[in-house]
Design a protein around this ligand. Structure first.
Ligand code: SAH
Length: 215
């Protein structure tokens, strides 16, 4: 894609996000910095990379629509001092957006092929969210607690381990439900109390229990 086409496509996408009530300028700037087409494999989808659509990324998984990525990122209230854990690395696009906002990103994927692909993509792009092959239901206790946690697959319930790995005053954004999910923002108010707010219905690929265990 030549530079001016790319610029135009991103500009249109950012306007579309503004129309969908994404008002956080840092989130919008991150969409300007990150080239979404680099996170898609099928070259025939090249033109679609900057439309507000979810797209296949192989292994039966999808990269979320830009407005969904932007919405979750906005709910997370990212600051550049945050350490953020993501469950569901997939294409790596969401992790790259958080990284572009200055956060330290730890992301977990349960599918070995996607894990390998995305880890080597980050190396090629010279960006370094830390990528882990493992089970999102377990999280990353060795790096906890996190200021923020974002789950990008549909969780059957709110995993207890993830709540434990969230800092007090930390925020977790997680879609919860089976065939459709309700987006929930959870603020940890003390060691055992949480404030939960619902933000509408979404459609994610499922968060699956994994046979992979972290060492
Ligand atoms: N954030 C990704 C979205 C990918 S779709 C992106 O920006 O492209 C959700 C991903 O969650 C899939 O790759 C799927 O394999 C992964 N996933 C599902 N259950 C998981 C689990 N228990 N632990 C870690 N990853 C999981």
């Amino acid at each position: 894609m030549n530079e001016s086409l790319l610029k135009g496509a991103k500009h249109n996408l950012i306007n579309a996000l503004r129309e969908k009530n994404i008002a956080n300028e840092q989130v919008l700037q991150a969409f300007d910095k990150v080239d979404r087409h680099l996170f898609l494999q099928e070259t025939f989808l090249y033109n679609e990379a900057y439309q507000d659509k979810a797209l296949p990324i192989g292994c039966g998984q999808t990269i979320s629509a830009p407005s969904t990525v932007a919405f979750q990122t906005q709910l997370l209230e990212v600051s550049s001092t945050d350490r953020i854990m993501e469950i569901g690395t997939g294409s790596g696009f969401q992790a790259a957006i958080l990284f572009a906002m200055g956060a330290q990103v730890y992301t977990i994927e349960r599918q070995a092929d996607l894990f390998r692909q995305t880890k080597s993509l980050f190396e090629r792009l010279r960006i370094n969210p830390a990528v882990f092959y493992g089970d999102g239901f377990r999280g990353l206790p060795q790096f906890a607690p996190f200021e923020k946690i974002i789950v990008t697959c549909g969780a059957p319930h709110i995993p207890e381990n993830l709540l434990k790995q969230l800092k007090i005053n930390g925020i977790m954004v997680i879609p919860v439900g089976d065939s459709r999910q309700t987006m929930k923002r959870i603020v940890k108010t003390d060691e055992t109390s949480y404030k939960v707010t619902d933000f509408g219905d979404f459609n994610f690929v499922p968060m699956l229990q994994s046979t992979v265990y972290l060492k």
